[in-house]
Design a protein around this ligand. Structure first.
Ligand code: IPE
Ligand code: IPE
Ligand code: MG
Length: 217
């Protein structure tokens, strides 16, 4: 079975750069290149949606220059991507830089009718925030069914999250898609994200195929 929706916690960019004697900022540029390579494999496998964790609400605590470097990579991608993927964002983007917000709005609009895979970029995203927001929306509508709650999540409309892959060696979710992860398969790789190649992506699909999903039954 091919996973319909895969999420990547793209961790290890900073360490990758430091290991090479580069500034951490360089790690994010190479991280984007790795992402494009991984996405090609996902598209060939007919994955419908890929969600990537680009910046967490907690990452706001990082040094200014590092945050700027990450946002610059995101903005450059937004301004220069003219491919077939359908790009959407999730997370609290309202307080980001105006230029970045404009680039997000433009790329979402430009790719809205694309028929390639959906690339959902989690930016200034935290699962706790998202869950609280969805709960508030359900409360405001006076509807407390799982369906009403899920309509308020930023991931609404995407296929069920079949698989979460975290690179960079840490074995935790770091406030990422906590609700959607209920029955996701989890893969943790020691590979630092910018080192991800198409062969590594292929191996992820092989590993997923070995998993027996039971959903409690
Ligand atoms: C993860 O890479 C991506 C972001 C937080 C934007 P890191 O920057 O956490 O890289 P490491 O974990 O320090 O190597
Ligand atoms: C998770 O990585 C966030 C992203 C990949 C964007 P972190 O590097 O921020 O996570 P922790 O701090 O190791 O848990
Ligand atoms: Mg990290």
């Amino acid at each position: 079975m091919t996973p319909r929706h895969i999420a990547f916690i793209m961790d290890g960019n900073g360490r990758w750069a430091e290991n090479k004697g580069l500034a951490r900022a360089e790690g994010y540029k190479y991280g984007l290149a790795a992402l494009l390579e991984v996405l090609k494999v996902c598209a060939l496998k007919h994955v419908e949606a890929v969600t990537v964790f680009a910046f967490s609400t907690e990452n706001n605590g990082r040094p200014f220059a590092e945050k700027e470097a990450i946002f610059e990579v995101v903005k450059t991608f937004n301004e220069n991507y003219f491919g077939e993927y359908k790009i959407r964002y999730m997370g609290d983007i309202d307080f980001l830089d105006d230029g970045l917000i404009a680039s997000i709005e433009k790329i979402e609009e430009r790719t809205e009718n694309n028929d390639g895979l959906t690339l959902n970029i989690a930016l200034n995203y935290g699962a706790k925030d998202d869950i609280i927001r969805a709960a508030k929306l359900a409360y405001d509508h006076g509807e407390f069914t799982p369906e009403a709650f899920e309509r308020g999540l930023s991931s609404y409309g995407l296929p069920p999250l079949d698989l979460i892959v975290r690179t960079g060696g840490e074995k935790r979710l770091s406030n990422f898609m906590l609700y959607e992860a209920a029955y996701s398969e989890l893969i943790f790789l020691d590979t630092l994200w910018p080192d991800m190649k198409s062969e590594d992506a292929e191996k992820i699909f092989e590993e997923f195929n070995r998993r027996v999903r039971k959903f409690g039954k």
